[in-house]
Ligand binder design. Structure first.
Ligand code: ASP
Length: 324
């Protein structure tokens, strides 16, 4: 059974996947996020909108940027924030994630931010929580990472709003990447002009990217690109260790270097979702260079997470009005 992400009033209730959101919903989130950006040198935005509400961050898989930014976003909106320590939580003692959720729900948690290595976990939780509660997907297996897709689209739109004219090249382990899947879902809603996926054949996806063009030669794939996104090899998702490409050989064939970037458009931007492996999928010179928007992606990610929490709060608030 599909979970409705938008409630009967048209408000964002859950954020599980971008695949089933309308373009207008994506625009609403990005507009809201834009309002949470502050000029360089100014203090970060603060709002009291989530005062009295409780956000629980449940990260059952490693995370730096997403976890830190969801936590800061909730705090900057004045929520009570719980960061469950997965190593000492009862899940380590065999409790099912659903029982953990029911326990926290009994403590009146209003929003769950969930990352898990298994497919379907955020939707499964969303099906079971009380009607006022929201579930936000913070990374699901290799399937979905909606806030990453939104922050990537926001970063691209800031560079060039005419997405339908753009050539976007994604290089690396696309096959195992939830980042690439969510970027694809966001970009296709905006009718991306030309989407290219580049990497060794064994790291290119066999399905799920209709309309994208596949390249095994990096120079051919990034020629004329407006946006070049490098991805990490997702070693944790390989079932056979022998299938993991050797890092030096990978860098030689697919590492994003200044020299390789010369065939992209002169004003092409470089993106990477992090964590980066310098000297493997991207050269330090490119990561720190003038085309790099990698830090901007992080700043936009904060704003996107504030926007998603603020919008989902409207659902929680209206339900509280009628039930508490
Ligand atoms: N941070 C991103 C993710 O959670 C990308 C990565 O891990 O390589 O999917």
């Amino acid at each position: 059974m599909m979970v409705e992400q938008i409630n009967a009033k048209g408000q964002l209730r859950h954020l599980l996947t971008l695949a089933e959101l309308e373009r207008s919903h994506i625009e609403t989130i990005i507009d809201r996020a834009t309002g949470y950006l502050t000029p360089a040198g100014h203090p970060p935005p603060h709002d009291t909108i989530l005062r009295g509400q409780t956000v629980a961050n449940l990260f059952f898989e490693a995370s730096t940027r997403t976890r830190a930014s969801f936590e800061l976003a909730a705090k900057r909106l004045s929520a009570d924030v719980l960061n469950l320590d997965v190593n000492t939580s009862s899940r380590a003692k065999g409790e099912s994630i659903v029982d953990t959720i029911y326990t926290l729900q009994a403590m009146q948690v209003d929003m769950f931010v969930v990352r898990d290595a298994s497919t379907g976990v955020p939707a499964n939780i969303a099906r079971r929580v009380d009607s006022h509660v929201s579930v936000l997907n913070a990374g699901e297996s290799d399937v979905s990472h909606p806030t990453q897709g939104l922050l990537d689209l926001m970063t691209i739109l800031q560079h060039r709003p005419d997405v339908d004219q753009l050539c976007v090249a994604i290089i690396g382990d696309v096959k195992h990447s939830r980042v690439a899947r969510s970027a694809y879902q966001a970009l296709t809603k905006f009718d991306v002009g030309d989407l290219r996926l580049i990497g060794p054949a064994e790291l290119l996806p066999q399905e799920g990217f209709d309309g994208a063009r596949l390249f095994t030669e990096i120079d051919e794939g990034i020629e004329g690109a407006d946006v070049v996104m490098a991805l990490r090899i997702q070693r944790e998702r390989f079932t056979e260790l022998g299938a993991i490409p050797d890092s030096q050989e990978y860098y030689r064939r697919y590492g994003l270097t200044e020299k390789r970037l010369r065939v992209a458009k002169p004003d092409a931007i470089v993106m990477h979702p992090g964590p980066m492996n310098r000297g493997v999928e991207i050269d330090g010179e490119v990561a720190d260079g003038p085309r790099s928007l990698i830090e901007r992606q992080v700043t936009n990610g904060m704003a996107i997470r504030m926007a998603v929490l603020a919008l989902a709060h409207e659902h929680v608030r209206d339900c509280h009005g009628s039930t508490r």
